[in-house]
Write a new protein. Structure first.
Length: 258
């Protein structure tokens, strides 16, 4: 049996069921021994199922009669040489692929997007990791330089870990989390009373490069989300919105270039 360490890519491959059977079994055994990581993987699986549910209506739509491949080829077969028929069939397949891709694009746009999606993802990350008293972060604040380098490389953008000590919160550390819109950096903070907040940062779509700060709420978790220069930011916790707003303003101030 392989003794290779379990990596973040292995966890995502396990969720997507693309690992070799032996490696899939190794990851399953690892999760049995590491309940904190298993909780993370359960969150990944939930996000995957949400995305599959959003795309299911498109996958089940019947193909329009005008795009029926058999019908088109049959119409062309009677009047075209064989090599022309093959070329036509190839073009039809490419057209159908393009139309299907655009339909999928529409389905993704129809699902929550922009700041609403970012707020949901930040709230989900808070709900999974903030209650964890064993391993809420992957990289601790003592290795903040390593953490910042890691998340910046994964997001392909320079990312800062906001310093919120003047707001009463200490950096605990952070990790990379999965989202339907790509990898996101999650930084976690706590205060003297043990209350925790998370700051989630990820790339935004071309339509949401900049967006004003708005209030976001998911059950008993709430906070704020905004976007600047292509990066989205969301601060979430269980504190009252009026107490989180100054903290969110401080994160936004520090995220802006000097």
């Amino acid at each position: 049996m392989s003794h290779r360490p379990i990596t973040e890519d292995d966890l995502h491959g396990y969720v997507d069921r693309v690992l070799e059977p032996e490696r899939q079994a190794e990851v399953a055994a690892y999760l049995n021994d590491h309940p904190d990581v298993a909780k993370r993987v359960a969150a990944f699986t939930g996000q995957r199922e949400l995305l599959r549910a959003a795309l299911a209506p498109v996958a089940e739509e019947p193909l329009p009669a005008a795009l029926n491949l058999s019908r088109i080829i049959e119409q062309r077969r009677a009047r075209q040489p064989s090599f022309v028929r093959w070329a036509a069939a190839a073009l039809v397949l490419l057209s159908i692929g393009g139309i299907g891709g655009w339909s999928m694009h529409g389905a993704l746009q129809a699902s929550p997007g922009g700041l609403a999606a970012l707020g949901q993802e930040a709230a989900a990350s808070y709900s999974v990791y903030a209650p964890d008293r064993v391993r809420p972060v992957e990289v601790r604040a003592s290795d903040s330089a390593e953490l910042v380098q890691w998340v910046s490389e994964r997001l392909h953008r320079p990312v800062k870990a906001p310093d919120l000590t003047m707001s009463g919160y200490r950096l605990m550390g952070g990790r990379i989390v999965a989202s339907p819109h790509g990898p996101a950096a999650m930084f976690m903070y706590d205060d003297d009373r043990g209350s925790r907040i998370v700051v989630l940062i990820r790339a935004m779509s071309s339509a949401d490069q900049n967006a004003p700060m708005t209030l976001q709420s998911q059950g008993d978790v709430g906070g704020f989300a905004w976007a600047e220069d292509g990066l989205g930011y969301s601060l979430m916790g269980r504190a009252a919105p009026q107490s989180l707003r100054p903290v969110a303003d401080e994160v936004r101030r520090q995220s802006r270039p000097i």
